[in-house]
Design a protein. Structure first.
Lengths: 126, 737
């Protein structure tokens, strides 16, 4: 599987972290699109149909949980791989629940290499 | 002799004391006949002693008459002996002067002997017989007068002997009869007296006394029973218990029990007889109340089969209900739920504690002009769908219905029977589902009514002023507790928010720092060695900062009761070795020897991440507090009932004064100066171990080293930490352990 074939959506409101993730994933050879909030993430996803999305949970307005729910309800995008980024312990409990729809999660702060590894693992399972 | 005996037999059967003069009177005709015969004989024989004979006859007659007229038992006892002796003298004198026939004298002599036998004691009788011997036999024996009428000494002696024996026997029989009569008289008298006392006791008893026959028909009903049940004895005696004081719903059971108890077998086995039991009873007005009673079975009586003393225990039950409700309220409100949930829980708690069947929570609607039923509760054995639905859709205004009235008055209200109360809008539904008594308790905060708690029961429970007072106090307790709890919850919420915010706000920049440093270091060829080293410092410190943030967050979670274990079958040897591998570089850097004695696979039910964290904490502490050249030994030991993990160091040891405070969060030992740390590690380790149902202990001596031991049970016995059942909140430094 060639990483170049895969399109990844990154939704993260913190610019520094978004850039970090984009940088890391592009460094790993993926094509990356990004969004700074849930609203634009939905729009970008609808235009590009990514293979996998890395979603920050704590985003204003439409948060990562809501995004995941919408993707899972979408006719085409429901097969998309979903990885959550959490900052709070309390968020983790929700993410690890089956109904959240996420394939995996990473707790902030994380090692960029670990993110790449998780992304690769989830893509391999799709 | 037969005559007085038969009299005595009669008097005995009539239960009267022996009637002494009656015996004499019966004997009187003999005495008269005897004296008359003697007088006639003496006159016929002549001999110049006619005057003496007549005088003697008059004497005998006088004695006989006196016996007839005087109540001899009133005379001094000596008279009862002297009189017959005088009689002997008179008879002997008459016989002497007349020389009369022996047979007539025999009859005359028999009388005083009979008298003495009848009345006298044994010595008196002996004196009488002796006197007779002296008077009748002595002249024959001493003088031997040949012309004496009873000159035959032998026959006279024989006759005297026979008389004596007969008299003795009669005397003893009569005395014995007398004694037994007296005894039985005394017993009868005692019984009569006791019966009187018993009747008085029952009449004045502070308990209701009820007796019934085997069919359950009431026989006795004392004044207290009249007071308790409202039925007078005249009204209720003869009626069945089951139709009068047994509540309708219990009647069938009552009759079965009665049949069982009356129909032989051993009723004691059932535990009803002779035991203190509690039952529901109903008064004349149909109001139900609890009674405590002791039933006895009366065996061998034709009429009474069962008796019972009982008293109304409403008051005691009220107090019990009140105390139970108080505890239930405390318990429920100690749980951290929302106000709505708490109030609903209070309805259930108070309802169960006070043995209500249905409860409803009414809260003022948004506009504040009506109440709405936000929650209902009912005991599992009742199905009150209609009433529930009706309550849910009911929107009483201020002063309307029971909740509206309690809302308006701010006071607890009690209705004995809502099903017939025209002020009660839901009476049709209540009547249909058999609900009667109702109680409404307003919960107020100052002037505002927070809620009205409403309860129903299928029983017609008696209203009382004390009960309303108690219930009012419950309302105040609830509102006071709610107000306190709200402020506590608010403080807790703020704290939780603060921790969440802090952890989030700290993690976000740390994510950038650590992430970018990693990103830079990953592009190996671009980074000069010196830069790599410096970035390594940044990375290490950022990681340390992250660890501190995580620890703080963990402590906050434990405090909030939000700390969860994710347990699975875990090999602790594996966990310990992972920790050791991670810490080996640090030990090596400090010159501390890390000894791995974890050579046994040890499976327990545990959260591997958390247990790893606990072992990390202990081992890194041990390394920190051990000087160069020392050793830290980690052992994992299989125990019969679980696993023990031991972390032993040869380090500084813990000063004795510090040992008590060791597990307090933010506590740092007095010899820890210059050693970095926040004082959270041990507190966290303890919380993790206890969350697993295990124990964390240590022993330490200054300068020798310290050994920490984690003892984990093989299985966690459902000790997942929750707010109530979880590990105790971590004590703050300075709080008592």
């Amino acid at each position: 599987m060639d990483p170049v074939d895969k399109l990844i959506l990154v939704a993260e409101d913190e610019e520094d972290i978004r850039e970090l993730i984009v940088g890391q994933l592009e460094g790993s050879g993926y094509t990356v699109v990004s969004a700074a909030d849930g609203q634009s993430a939905l729009r970008v996803a609808a235009q590009t149909y990514p293979d996998l999305a890395v979603l920050d949970i704590g985003m204003p307005r439409i948060d990562g949980l809501e995004l995941a729910k919408r993707f899972r309800e979408h006719r085409v995008m429901r097969k998309m791989g979903l990885i959550a980024l959490t900052a709070r312990g309390s968020e983790q409990d929700v993410i690890t629940g089956f109904e959240s729809g996420f394939d995996d999660y990473l707790q902030k702060p994380f090692r960029p290499r670990e993110l790449s590894a998780r992304v690769e693992a989830v893509l391999a399972r799709l | 002799m037969a005559s007085p005996l038969s009299i005595n037999a009669e008097t005995l059967t009539q239960g009267r004391p022996l009637d002494a003069p009656e015996g004499i009177r019966r004997a009187l005709p003999f005495a008269l006949g005897a004296s008359l015969a003697l007088a006639l004989l003496a006159i016929r024989n002549g001999g110049g002693h006619e005057l003496t004979v007549v005088l003697c006859a008059v004497g005998i007659l006088a004695i006989a008459l006196a016996a007839f007229l005087v109540r001899w038992e009133k005379l001094p006892p000596v008279a009862q002996v002297v009189v017959p002796l005088a009689y002997f003298v008179v008879v002997a004198l008459m016989r002497d002067v007349s020389g009369g026939a022996a047979s007539a004298f025999l009859v005359a002599v028999l009388l005083p002997v009979a008298w003495l036998a009848f009345y006298g004691t044994l010595p008196q009788l002996a004196v009488g017989l002796l006197s007779e011997a002296v008077l009748f036999i002595a002249p024959v024996a001493l003088i031997g007068a040949p012309d004496y009428p009873s000159s035959d000494l032998a026959s006279a002696t024989l006759w005297l002997l026979l008389t004596g024996i007969l008299a003795l026997v009669v005397n003893q029989l009569i005395r014995e009869l007398e004694r037994s009569t007296t005894r039985s008289m005394k017993a009868t008298e005692e019984v009569r007296r006791t019966e009187g006392v018993t009747q008085r006791i029952i009449k004045n008893a502070n308990d209701a006394y009820i007796s019934t026959d085997a069919a359950g028909l009431i026989i006795d009903w004392n004044p207290m029973a009249e007071r308790i049940f409202g039925w007078t004895a005249a009204e209720i005696v003869g009626r069945p218990l089951s139709e009068t004081i047994v509540p309708e719903r219990l009647r069938e059971g009552h009759e079965h029990a009665l049949a069982r108890m009356a129909g032989g077998g051993d009723p004691r086995k059932s535990g009803v007889i002779n035991n203190r039991i509690e039952l529901a009873a109903v008064d004349r007005a149909g109001r139900e109340f609890p009674v405590e009673l002791t039933i006895s079975r009366v065996d061998g009586s034709e009429r009474v089969a069962f008796t019972a003393f009982l008293h109304d225990i409403s008051e005691r039950r009220r107090t019990e209900h009140f105390l139970h409700a108080q505890h239930a309220i405390d318990r429920v409100l100690a749980e951290g739920a929302s106000l709505d949930e708490s109030l609903a829980a209070v309805v259930e708690a108070v309802g169960s504690a006070m043995e209500w069947t249905f409860g409803a929570l009414w809260r003022p609607s948004a506009g504040g002009d009506t109440l709405s039923c936000d929650a209902t509760w009912q005991t599992p054995d009742h199905h009150l769908e209609i009433f529930t639905a009706e309550s849910r859709s009911h929107r009483p205004r201020l002063g309307e219905g029971l909740p509206g009235s309690a809302w308006a008055s701010g006071e607890a209200l009690w209705i004995e029977d809502v099903s017939i109360d025209h002020q009660f809008p839901r009476r049709a539904a209540a009547a249909r589902e058999g609900l009667h008594s109702a109680l409404a308790i307003p919960v107020r905060n100052g002037d505002a009514t927070l809620a009205v708690l409403e309860f129903f029961s299928p029983l017609r429970r008696r209203r009382s002023g004390e009960m309303l007072e108690m219930v009012g106090a419950l309302g105040e307790q609830i509102s006071a507790a709610l107000v306190t709890r709200e402020s506590e919850l608010e403080a807790q919420r703020m704290k939780d928010q603060f921790f969440a915010l802090v952890s989030h706000e700290l993690r976000t920049p740390l994510t950038s720092i650590i992430g970018y440093v990693d990103l830079i270091l990953d592009g190996e060829e671009l980074v000069p060695a010196v830069m790599r080293k410096r970035l390594g410092v940044v990375d290490r410190n950022a990681t340390r900062l992250l660890r501190l943030v995580s620890d703080l967050l963990f402590v906050a979670q434990v405090e909030a009761g939000a700390f969860q274990l994710e347990t699975c079958a875990t090999d602790l040897q594996n966990v310990a070795q992972t920790s050791l591998d991670a810490l080996r570089p640090r030990a090596a850097a400090k010159g501390v020897l890390l000894v791995d004695q974890t050579d046994q696979a040890s499976h327990v039910d545990a959260d591997p991440d958390r247990m790893g964290q606990a072992i990390d904490n202990l081992v890194s502490n041990a390394i920190k507090f051990t000087e160069e050249g020392g050793t830290v030994t980690v052992r994992v030991l299989e125990q019969p009932d679980g696993v023990e993990i031991e972390v032993a160091d040869s380090g500084l040891g813990i000063p004795e004064g510090d040992q008590q405070l060791l597990f307090d969060r933010f506590f740092r030992s007095s010899n820890a100066d210059g050693i970095p740390g926040m004082g959270l590690g041990l507190a966290i380790t303890k919380a993790i171990v206890e969350g697993h149902g295990g124990r964390l202990t240590f022993e330490s001596s200054l300068g020798q080293g310290t050994t920490f031991r984690i003892q984990l049970p093989a299985e966690i016995r459902n000790e997942r930490p929750t707010r109530e059942g979880g590990p105790a909140p971590l004590p703050l430094r300075g709080e008592a352990l």
